[in-house]
Each structure stands twice: as C-alpha cells, then as structure tokens.
Design a protein around this ligand. Structure first.
Ligand SMILES: [Zn+2]
Ligand SMILES: [Zn+2]
Length: 405
C-alpha cells in the first residue's frame, strides 16, 4: 500500500498500529512487530505485549486469553505485508519465526498447517491492498476487511474467532453489495415484489402518512365497523381522480395494521365499533409498528436496504435512519442472511457483474462463509483452510465485478 501518500496513510494507519500505544508497526524494529491476541483480535506491538507480561486479559476490552503465553505468540506477517513490499520481508516461515517459541514447539504437521494458513492470510492481505487501490471504500467495509487480518491462528481459540470473522465478512460482502448496487427504482421494484404489490403500488411517503393519519382520525371519530368500512371511508376522503391509484395502497396499509393487531372490536348494542388498542395512543406508535412490519416483510423476502434507503422510501428523506436502524438490527438473523444470498445472486447476475462459472463459484463461496462458524463443530479446524480459500475467492470475485454502466 502506498503509505507515503499522507491521505492513504491516515486512512489506513488506524488498522496498522498498536492498539495500546498507537505506535505504527515496523518490521525493522522487533519491538514494534505486530502481535495479535487470540480471542479479541486486538493487535499490539511486541513492546506492549512484553509490558503486559503475566496478565490474563486484553487491556483494551478485558477479554481473557486464558493461559496462552502471549509473549510467545508469532509476529503477524500478513499484517506487515500491508506495509512492506514482499522483498522487504523474509519469505521463509522458519526465518520469520525462528525466535517464536509457540511456533518452534509445534510438531511438523501443525507447523505445515500454520505455514499454509500464514500464506493464505498473506494472500488475503494482497487482495485487500488491491481492493483499497481500486476505489475508496467506506470505513465500515475497511474495518471488516482488516478484522480478518487481525487473527491469531496459532491457537485454537484464535482459529474459531477467525471463522466467525470470516463468516461475518461473507455476509457483509454480499449485503454491502446488495445495498450499494441497487438504485432507487430497483429498490422500489424489489420492495413491491417482496410485499406482493404490483409495480408502482408502494405508496409515496406523503401518501403513507396521509393514509395512516386518516385511519387514526376515522377510527377515533366516525365509528368504523370493519376493515372494509375503513378502506371505503378513507377512499371517500381523497379526490375521486386519486381513488383508483391510491386504492391498492389503502388496502395494503389497512390490512397490514389489522395483521399486526393494532385494533380491537368494541361491541355497541347490536353493532360493533373498531378502536385502536391503548398501546397505540398516537401517530408515532402506529408509525413504528407500520415501519417495522414493512421492513420485516421485505427482509423475509431477502430485500435489504440501508437505514437511509428505507428512510427515503418511508419518509421521503434520508435522515430518519435513526428510527430505522434499530428495526433493521433486530431483524438481521442467520435466516435472513440465507435469503439475502439469493437476492445477492439475482442482482449480481442481472447486472452481469460476474457470469457463468464465476457466478456459481462466487455464490458457493459466500454460502460456505455464511456457515463457516457453524461448521467448526462438525469438522474441526480443517475447515479453516477451506474457509480461507473461500474468502479469497469471494474477495477476488467481488474485486473483479464490472462497473455498472
Ligand atoms: Zn504498543
Ligand atoms: Zn482486546
């Protein structure tokens, strides 16, 4: 990476310096070699690690690393590869780790396993460098990418941690892609098919607000007796020429609110009247349950958006993401990710970003990663090398994506 360029330098240095003392990592000075802690993944300079001596927990986050002798952990060479040219670093694993006790004490089989992993992580380091040269990534993407390199794969705990991180990154690559590759119209089309609406039937933000407010007004003041009665009454309130276009939206919103049980039926003599439940005293409370249900339905279908994108579709401006983000966070689960992969495949192939065998491979990689941290119980650590390969594959193919025209 061209760290002589001050902008690039300040952008990436956060990930290439000691978590404790902020010293930039250096190869020439062994005191400033990066050492990654096994469980939390914090990386510190050798000097700080030596100062920590007999401690049992990371000073940054108090995460315990048990009995691992941290002063014997190996230098994180893949991380140094972000800073130095290959010719500036020793290639040979023995030469790299000749002073590292935990490496020297590995038996031959484990040594060769470690060497393979170190090489694999080195490859990932090269891919990340290529990615960062191509276009400026947002900070959260960079943070995720770098968190893979902050892995301590000489210990079992570190390996398990890596699988979680890799799986996480797999999800992130695909969801990030979905989020940033769709334009407003595509998002809206996807949303409509997710919600079972025809194209153009998802109401504009102003109409959504109007319908929701009419519902509250009518229920409070006009004695509404049924779902149909409510729909009919709302349509009476809008101009005749608008009635036909807005009818599907009205039906959709009314059904949605009945579906989430916002109402209760109150018998009055031989008639009944629909009332709002006491848990929905105002527009804001109805609005929250309405927003949540739409987002939930969309995500079940694999329709992902950022908080800002939802905010535009629901409110007409971007700045309501603070209401939306907590809703999305609550809904993100393993299952929603599995549907997300299908959506990802659809978008990637429809825009021709990758095709044919490449596309099949990419989806296979992402799918593998989505299960990586689950697979560890079934097949032990041998899953590690294949996870690294899959991660390389996924990063490489997303690197190769053709720019959309
Ligand atoms: Zn330090
Ligand atoms: Zn830590």
């Amino acid at each position: 990476m061209d760290l002589s360029n001050p902008t690039v330098r300040s952008y990436y240095m956060e990930f290439l310096r000691c978590a404790a003392c902020s010293q930039g990592f250096e190869y020439e000075n062994p005191s400033y070699h990066p050492i990654t802690l096994p469980i939390c993944g914090h990386t510190m300079c050798k000097q700080c690690i030596n100062i920590m001596g007999g401690q049992k927990a990371c000073p940054q986050d108090q995460v315990s690393f048990g009995n691992t002798p941290i002063d014997q952990l190996p230098t994180n060479y893949p991380l140094l590869m972000m800073i130095y040219r290959p010719s500036e670093l020793p290639k040979d694993h023995k030469q790299r780790h000749y002073q590292c006790r935990s490496y020297i004490e590995l038996d031959d089989e484990k040594k060769s396993y470690f060497n393979d992993l170190e090489k694999g992580f080195g490859d990932i380091s090269v891919i990340i460098m290529q990615m960062s040269k191509k276009k400026k990534k947002n900070r959260s993407t960079i943070r995720k990418l770098f968190s893979v390199l902050h892995s301590q794969y000489i210990t079992n705990e570190g390996c398990i941690k890596f699988l979680q991180v890799a799986s996480n990154l797999g999800e992130y690559i695909s969801i990030d892609f979905i989020l940033h590759y769709q334009n407003h119209q595509e998002l809206k089309n996807n949303l409509e098919s997710a919600l079972g609406l025809q194209q153009g039937q998802f109401p504009e933000p102003a109409i959504q607000e109007k319908i929701l407010k009419f519902i509250i007004l009518l229920i409070r003041c006009s004695g509404i007796s049924s779902e149909q009665h409510l729909m009919y009454s709302i349509l009476q309130l809008v101009e005749r020429k608008d009635q036909i276009t807005i009818q599907p939206s009205v039906e959709y919103i009314v059904r949605l609110l009945f579906g989430v049980h916002c109402f209760e039926i109150e018998p009055i003599g031989e008639f009944s009247s629909i009332q709002l439940k006491p848990t929905f005293p105002n527009y804001e409370s109805i609005r929250l349950v309405y927003d949540s249900k739409i987002i939930e339905n969309a995500m079940e279908y694999g329709c992902y958006m950022t908080g800002e994108q939802w905010s535009v579709l629901l409110y007409g401006y971007e700045t309501n993401e603070s209401i939306i983000d907590p809703i999305i966070d609550k809904l993100l689960t393993k299952t929603s990710f599995q549907t997300g992969i299908k959506q990802y495949e659809k978008i990637v192939s429809s825009i021709g970003a990758v095709q044919g065998q490449d596309l099949c491979d990419l989806i296979k990689h992402i799918q593998f990663l989505s299960n990586a941290n689950l697979a560890i119980n079934a097949s032990g650590l041998s899953v590690l090398n294949s996870t690294l390969d899959m991660l390389k594959g996924a990063l490489n193919s997303s690197n190769k994506f053709k720019k959309r025209s």
